[in-house]
Design a binder for this molecule. Structure first.
Ligand SMILES: Cc1cc2nc3c(=O)[nH]c(=O)nc-3n(C[C@H](O)[C@H](O)[C@H](O)COP(=O)(O)OP(=O)(O)OC[C@H]3O[C@@H](n4cnc5c(N)ncnc54)[C@H](O)[C@@H]3O)c2cc1C
Length: 399
């Protein structure tokens, strides 16, 4: 009888679970080692407020959302956004496409149901899960070391797949602490930085006391020629929401370079500058605020925001006001702390791995998921990338 090779998958998140679901266990003995007392904790956190399992936009456009998109193209094409929906359906998780084109589990299916459905696949596939095993590097014989309570054990394996996650929401187990072991083995890592996170704005005290917690709806945000329509929430810290998350990569780059970044808000993306100018010019005896309320359907927050950011002269001079309504600058001074971010960039640089995510310096050692240095907006793209990488590697190892 042919002896099976062994695969150790370290970390039990989205990428690991998809890999383990598709690996051929007639060929391999597969064990997942997870530090927590259960796998999939971040998956459950992700499901807490709007579980975007993937996004349904057209594939070419979908692939272009990733930075760099060339890195993930093959994996995403091998297991597309449509494939994710079909696979989930095949394991009993029906999904629907929301108005934002994001893909959610249908009403009544909770995040834990999604996780349990995947775990059921793993069970049928004879994958072993060892929890409370914290990976702690290698010993001199190149065996994997795991800490279990105060004990350290060594594990010999033929193939190792790291799926250790990024470094936000440390409470889920993904703390990026593993970088030290890679560095010790001569593998470079990049510092983690926040992505898909709130940005810091130094609001005027009078403004934030009134506006905290309110939303700017149906707006568009622009930076360096890229505009994103959506919604923003005003918080004490600054701004958060889909429109800002989509621009985070450019914002982060500018903050790294010059410690501040400017984004421009269009409060009325569906109304032309000329139309706004005309409405303001023909206001007769009405106050500006009245015209903004009645003609442009501005709410209290919109008006307060304009009054806060603009000088009195800019607010009362209709041509300037119209221009600012379409192009209102916000000065961003920082990103939210890493631990509060939805995802992180940094970790293993892409030049450390080959096209199958194998570490160039350590043959038969692979890295998948958020622990690699790629970026994507929230809205299903993050989980899709992790799922696709897991699937793609499984197919490679099965071949
Ligand atoms: C609040 C929030 C909401 C989100 N919402 C969405 C969403 O709606 N849609 C979307 O696409 N994405 C969302 N994401 C992002 C998405 O959840 C992650 O990108 C994805 O889960 C990353 O998967 P992963 O497998 O790479 O890593 P993780 O899921 O982070 O898993 C890594 C695992 O490795 C384990 N581990 C770490 N170090 C060790 C060690 N030394 N030894 C053993 N085990 C270790 C960790 O405990 C963890 O279980 C959200 C994230 C957050 C925080």
């Amino acid at each position: 009888m042919k002896i099976k090779k062994s695969i150790a998958i370290i970390g039990g998140g989205a990428a690991a679970l998809m890999l383990a679901s598709h690996i051929d266990t007639n060929k391999y003995d597969v064990t997942i080692y997870e530090r927590n007392n259960a796998v999939g904790r971040k998956l459950l956190v992700a499901g807490d407020g709007g579980f975007n399992l993937t996004h349904s936009e057209e594939l070419e456009q979908f692939i272009s959302r990733y930075i760099p998109s060339s890195f993930l193209e093959k994996s995403i094409r091998s297991f597309t956004n449509t494939d994710v929906q079909q696979w989930l359906k095949s394991i009993g998780i029906e999904t629907y496409i929301g108005t934002s084109k994001r893909v959610f589990p249908i009403k009544g299916i909770k995040p834990i149901d999604v996780l349990n459905a995947i775990l059921n696949v793993l069970k049928q596939n004879n994958v072993i899960i060892k929890t409370l095993h914290t990976w702690a590097g290698w010993n001199n014989n190149n065996e994997l070391l795991f800490q279990i309570n105060n004990e350290t054990i060594a594990v010999k394996t033929d193939i190792t797949v790291f799926a250790l996650g990024g470094a936000s929401w440390k409470v889920t187990g993904s703390d990026g602490g593993w970088c030290a072991f890679f560095n010790k083995a001569g593998i470079n890592t990049l510092p983690f930085q926040a992505s898909n996170c709130a940005v810091k704005i130094n609001w005027e005290k009078d403004f934030i006391e009134i506006a905290e917690g309110t939303s700017l709806k149906n707006i568009s945000l622009e930076m360096n020629g890229t505009a994103k329509k959506g919604e923003l929430v005003i918080t004490k810290f600054g701004l958060e929401g889909g429109a800002i998350y989509a621009l985070i990569a450019s914002i982060r780059e500018q903050l790294n370079e010059i410690k501040s970044a400017t984004v421009f808000l269009d409060l009325k993306p569906n109304v032309t500058l000329n139309d706004i100018k005309n409405k303001l010019k023909s206001r007769g005896n009405n106050s500006i605020s009245k015209v903004l309320e009645t003609e442009l359907k501005f709410n209290e927050t919109n008006i307060l925001l304009l009054k806060t950011i603009l000088s009195k002269l800019e607010y009362t001079y209709s041509t300037i006001l119209a221009e600012k309504i379409k192009h209102l600058p916000f000065n961003i001074t920082a990103l939210a702390p890493i631990d509060e971010a939805i995802s992180t960039v940094g970790g293993i640089p892409l030049n450390e791995i080959d096209e199958y995510f194998q570490l160039k310096q350590l043959p038969n050692h692979f890295c998948i998921g958020e622990m690699l240095d790629w970026d994507a907006p929230t809205g299903g793209y993050l989980l899709q990338a992790c799922f696709s990488m897991g699937y793609f590697l499984a197919k490679k190892l099965n071949a």
